[in-house]
Design a protein around this ligand. Sequence first.
Ligand code: CAA
Length: 262
Amino acid sequence: MIRYNNLLFEVTKDYYLIKINRPKNLNALNQETIKELKSCFDYIDNNLKNKYGVIITGEGDKSFVAGADIKEFTQLDNDSSLKFCKNGHDLFNKIERMPIPVIALVNGYALGGGCELSLACHLRIATKNAQFSQPEINLGLIPGYGGTQRLSQIIGKSKALEIMLTANMISAQKAYEYNLVNDLAKNYNEALKKAHELILIFKRKAPVAIKNVIRSVNNYYDINVDGFQEEINLFVDCSKTKDFNEGVKAFIEKRCPDFTGE
Ligand code: CAA
């Protein structure tokens, strides 16, 4: 299995598990970790067979990810801050466009780039001790890994502005009420169980339909794409699959479909 300096990468029967492994720094994302995450998601994208989801979480019981690594900020100048943002955007766009669902298991602080990482995932499950914030304003910055866009998309402009302008910590319960997270769990083990249960649901669906739902929903947020037209194209794409025939046949025969991904 591939080894990383800053990640623990586990391949289970049905899914991939990525743990950001810098607990002494509350799993802050330094540039090496961003690079490793990009390479890890590229690997997953090339090895999708018999895998139905990705779970991403933080090592330890204190933090999911406490943001970008502020200790690297002392070296930022005009050119490097551009590169810094671009690397983060490339990675988070890659996550958002993965053809299998990516679930953030938020087990503690999800701050700045950590909150933004969770927002790039398709679904979020938070443990009771999770806390969300976009505290960049306290550093004289704005979110730089897509937070101004995705937080507004997911919870609406008003609450997103409040969170980014105040830098307040948002509890797991409040995040659930804001629709920032999909589900809550008592602790890490319960969250992992819930994430696995979701992945077992995805496993029973047609893979091309899963991929095309993600793509089509993402299109809604892309101003360069006519999402309605693309939905028609993706629907037609699904209708050409063997899985579509199987789904209809199974309905008529009153049995569960047996999808093969073809
Ligand atoms: N970057 C680098 N190191 C970090 C870090 C970060 N984002 N967050 C925490 N750490 C380090 C601390 O420096 C400390 O290391 P040392 O022991 O070497 O000093 C260690 O993690 C433990 O942290 P604390 O002692 O501060 O722990 P605490 O329990 O007292 O406080 C905290 C926890 C409230 C999360 C506090 O650490 C904190 O405020 N962290 C910064 C959060 C932040 O501002 N994140 C946004 C970063 S900017 C960004 O992400 C931009 C973007 O959009 C991409």
